[in-house]
Design a protein around this ligand. Structure first.
Ligand code: HEM
Length: 166
């Protein structure tokens, strides 16, 4: 599909992405020899902390790490994961700005964003279940959601790595 078939909204969207690519902070990011690799390293640091928090939290929900008291441990790991996600989102958005028009057309990037949204929805559903009485059904649902969370975040990780290859 060529630009002539995109319609007004498509062209406006593309102009917006081009404006991001040439904005002052993104231009500064491209000009500096050190800043982009540093932002990339901070993205990877955030990913490491995020997946550590998510996996330890989900393992406890799945019935492992029983020496840890469930409620405070899960709360602590969730806080770590959310803080690390914020770091990944900020650094990821900065990197996105450098090649915004290419990333929007990259299937791995699109899938990664969808999986991030699904992971967020999964966590909200889990929090909804947590508010209910602690019965067998709730524990069962929690374990399914915990397993799903691990699979979704691994998907985000692999898609993130794939972006550069597609
Ligand atoms: C809003 C959130 C995020 C945005 C906008 C974003 C965006 C990006 C961008 C633009 C890149 C560079 C791709 C390239 O050209 O190679 C990247 C790399 C990557 N991202 Fe993200 N990202 C986000 C969150 C995450 C999260 C939560 C994870 C993992 C759980 C993740 C995993 C990765 C990985 C593994 C790479 C490859 C790093 C490398 O090979 O140097 N990203 N991300």
């Amino acid at each position: 599909m060529g630009p002539e078939e995109w319609g007004e909204e498509g062209v406006a969207g593309l102009e917006f992405l081009s404006a991001i690519e040439t904005s002052a902070p993104v231009e500064a990011l491209k000009r500096s020899f050190y800043v982009y690799p540093l932002v990339n390293a901070l993205h990877i640091l955030s990913i490491g902390a995020l997946l550590t928090g998510v996996f330890l939290m989900d393992l406890r929900i799945l019935g492992f790490l029983l020496a840890q008291p469930q409620a405070p441990f899960v709360r602590l790991m969730r806080r770590l994961a959310l803080t690390a996600f914020l770091g990944a989102a900020v650094t990821g958005t900065l990197m996105f700005g450098v090649r915004a028009t290419e990333y929007v057309a990259n299937p791995a990037f699109a899938l990664k964003m969808v999986l991030i949204l699904l992971s967020g929805a999964n966590m909200l559903v889990f929090l909804h279940f947590s508010a209910r009485p602690n019965d067998q059904a709730r524990r069962g649902a929690g374990r399914v959601l915990g397993l799903l969370s691990i699979v979704l975040w691994l998907g985000v990780l692999v898609c993130g790595r794939l972006i550069g290859f597609l």
